[in-house]
Design a protein around this ligand. Sequence first.
Ligand SMILES: Nc1nc2c(ncn2[C@@H]2O[C@H](COP(=O)(O)OP(=O)(O)O)[C@@H](O)[C@H]2O)c(=O)[nH]1
Ligand SMILES: [Mg+2]
Length: 424
Amino acid sequence: MNQVKVHDWTVKPPCVAVLHVDFKGKESLLRSADEKLAEAVNLFEALEVEVVYSDIVRLSQVNSHTLLGKGKVEVFAGTCRDLKLDAVFVDCDLTPSQQRNLEKAWQVKVLDRTAVILEIFASRAQTKAGRLQVSLAQIAYQQSRLVRSWTHLERQRGGLSKVGGPGERQIELDRRMLLDKAKVLREKLAQVKQERGVQRSARTKQHILQIALVGYTNAGKSTLFEALTGHEAGSENKLFATLDPLVRKLKLLSGREVVLSDTVGFISDLPHELVEAFKATLEEVVASDLILQVHDASSLECMAQADDVAAVLKQIGACSIPIIHVVNKVDVIECRDDITLEGIYCSALTGEGLEELQQRIEEHFAHVEVVHELEISAAEGKKIAWLHSHGKVVEQSLKEQTWHLKVQLESSVWQKYQKLFDVG
Ligand SMILES: Nc1nc2c(ncn2[C@@H]2O[C@H](COP(=O)(O)OP(=O)(O)O)[C@@H](O)[C@H]2O)c(=O)[nH]1
Ligand SMILES: [Mg+2]
């Protein structure tokens, strides 16, 4: 049992620390420990926590009880007290007992990498199928913890002949409960997947165009999201008010409004068992009309990451969606001959190149036809006639003196209509 106090998120965001563990001899040639720490901090911040302390711990030797050495554990206990931390993210994999021992020593909640990633996926999965997939991954994680701690207990008992203490029985019960839960989830998932085809076709009827930002964590997606939509925040438009904070209205140069959504970033060294859950969080991307793939030009792994993203987009069935490549952070690079991406080179931070990006998006959508659903009073015959002559009316019905119309229009034509009849 975990004796650590549970944070009340409704009062204030938890105050947390991030420790990136760098194992000696396992350093990456491409990414420095600093970069990995930055990624870990960015990752954790996605959970709306306040990261007040972050550090790299270099380990040459693993302590099987606490992972970190005794001295480091003791010193850090002081840090936890001084900073009044609510949780610590140890950026690596911890065994269940290491996690418990650290919690005991530091008197705070301790999360390892898989736990944090799962939390993020759980908070971001939007579709029913996505949420089920993530729940399954969470159960698998809990199961692996049970199994591991069980074998650990068994080893502790050593050669004792007495079998079946209360601990073991509890674990067996927990294990069965998780198995049952997983079974129910799998059945539900199969059912939802069957229904999904129907939902897709319903979605394509929506007349608002959707753009999805994809790319690795730290590429600058959220910064770009802010930069492109920032001025539109607090919009009074009802249509957008109900959407979640990761989806915002984006007003293009022409005044046309589209929807931009930020997605969970790709994660370097994603634990293998989380791959399916990650893909599930990207399901909304499949329904988008345009993808902005954001690249971090300052990362040495830029090109390799671009390939990873392309492969996953293909796997989730998004490869037919048009992509605009956004090569970000050009403010910090001098020359990168190896980046051969054709796209918009910009800086979400300084704003350089963002106008060009807007223009490119505008151009892309200029000739896309969209179905608009309109209600027009029967007295306004002029409007109806105009729509018939300029667009393709797909559906039309009259109810209590109001025409209900579905009209397919090119973007420029829709704008003309809005101007001509002063509707918005
Ligand atoms: N120098 C520079 N830094 C940037 C730029 N865009 C984002 N960043 C920084 O990169 C880090 C990650 O950005 P963020 O938007 O959170 O990335 P995300 O994980 O893709 O959402 C943050 O520290 C940003 O300030 C840029 O154009 N130039
Ligand atoms: Mg982000």
